[in-house]
Design a protein around this ligand. Structure first.
Ligand code: ADP
Length: 398
């Protein structure tokens, strides 16, 4: 069976077609600038170097998905002879609130539940739902599955997810820690158990998903017991442009000083803070790394603040789990940034966490990067959220 995986953002859409008989990726691509001038689809067929690029107006996600399906069945660039070969579609959906703790086949009730969650994820759930609606129209009768960023974190105990604010805000408005990147934390934790040759039920893991957005999770016996993102993805670690957790009183203070609304301050915390805000240079760790080499002090400070935060969560989660067997690095920065991994792991030796500086000189490859005498294993595991979505979709619909 072939599965189409779709990840709809507000103006972009990523997709993959996988053959589930051997979990191989047949094609993948990206549509950008949906609903804007200059909309473009970039499609890659496995084993073919040259990308197929289509520049054509796409007014909404339905137009984008129609073009994706045309590319998937195209005589030259396509990977299926007939669209009916696509047995199911798996969608990444950001927020399922407390409604779903695992992936689910999309029904009218599921769509209603996800619409109820829009107020929790106003930027993310609407495009996810548009993608589902578009597929229902263009591919009628083909089952669709929703895979949620929040689902894996639903195993957290109340002491991890309850904020110490009036309890009615939780019961009335659903204000609690939800956590995100769940599909990635789940995938790398399962791979870690395979690589270590130990049953997941016997492991205490700390998984560090360090990308443009970043989060750390504590995973005990295969279940998430805590994670650094919160009610929204703004909480926790310092990120590319997001502040991570700050003293909440800062919001009204900035609002008074700058004469702007609380919403505008939160927008600054989301888009102009983090590595960009501290360094004044860029949100991208490659630019930060270059600036550090040229002696830029603010870039160096940003990197130190980031590493301090990651260490902070590693320490906290070791305390919460009363130990740790392995620490996993994944996502853009975690998989590729040798220096940042090095800085994070410095001064953790007394906790039994020792990075091998030679083994650490690697990018984007599944491997162990701790020293042989390190009590705690340190692993580099490239994440693969699309594969998790495809597997869940296949399992629920085969
Ligand atoms: P997201 O999915 O959250 O948008 P990614 O996981 O793709 O983000 O991570 C993107 C980030 O990874 C980039 O902004 C950059 O900071 C970092 N990154 C990617 N490649 C490298 C590299 N070779 N060296 C250092 N950092 C890198």
């Amino acid at each position: 069976m072939k599965v189409l995986v779709i990840n709809c953002g507000s103006s972009s859409l990523k997709y993959q077609v996988l053959d589930m008989t051997n979990e191989s990726v047949l094609a993948k691509g990206l549509v950008e600038r949906i609903g804007m001038d200059g909309a473009v689809l970039k499609h890659e067929k496995a084993g073919v170097d040259e990308k197929f690029v289509l520049e054509t107006p796409m007014k909404d996600h339905k137009d984008a998905i129609a073009n994706v399906l045309d590319a998937v069945v195209d005589g030259e660039h396509g990977v299926v002879a007939d669209i009916k070969e696509i047995g199911a579609v798996g969608h990444r959906v950001v927020h399922a609130g407390e409604k779903y703790a695992s992936s689910v086949v999309v029904t009218e009730q599921v769509i209603k539940d996800l619409e109820d969650c829009i107020e929790l994820a106003p930027l993310h759930n609407p495009p996810n739902l548009q993608g589902i609606a578009a597929c229902e129209e263009i591919l009628p009768g083909i089952p669709q599955v929703a895979v949620f960023d929040t689902a894996f974190h639903q195993t957290m105990p109340p002491e991890s997810y309850i904020y110490a604010i009036p309890y009615d805000y939780y019961t009335n408005y659903g204000i609690r820690r939800y956590g995100f990147h769940g599909t990635s934390h789940k995938y790398v934790s399962e791979r870690a158990a395979d690589i270590l040759g130990v049953n997941l039920n016997d492991l205490k893991l700390i998984t560090c998903h360090l990308g443009n957005g970043a989060s750390v999770s504590a995973i005990k016996r295969g279940k998430c017991i805590d994670t650094s993102m919160g009610f929204t993805p703004l909480a926790g670690l310092v990120m590319g442009t997001r502040s991570g957790s700050i003293d909440p009183a800062i919001i009204s203070f900035i609002s008074d000083k700058e004469g702007i609304s609380a919403d505008e301050v939160v927008d600054i915390l989301n888009k102009k803070s983090g590595m960009l805000g501290v360094s004044g240079i860029s949100s991208d760790f490659r630019d930060i790394g270059e600036a550090v080499e040229q002696g830029n002090e603010r870039a160096e400070l940003a990197l130190k603040v980031f590493a301090h935060q990651v260490r902070f969560y590693i320490g906290a989660y070791i305390a919460e789990m009363n130990g740790v067997d392995a620490i996993v690095f994944t996502a853009g920065v975690g998989e590729n940034d040798i220096d940042t991994r090095d800085i994070i792991c410095q001064e953790l030796g007394n906790l039994g966490i020792k990075l091998d500086l030679v083994k650490n000189k690697v990018r984007g490859k599944e491997t162990v990067i701790s020293r042989d005498d390190s009590k705690v294993s340190i692993l580099l595991i490239p994440t693969n959220e699309e594969l998790v979505i495809a597997r869940d979709t296949y399992e629920l619909t085969k």
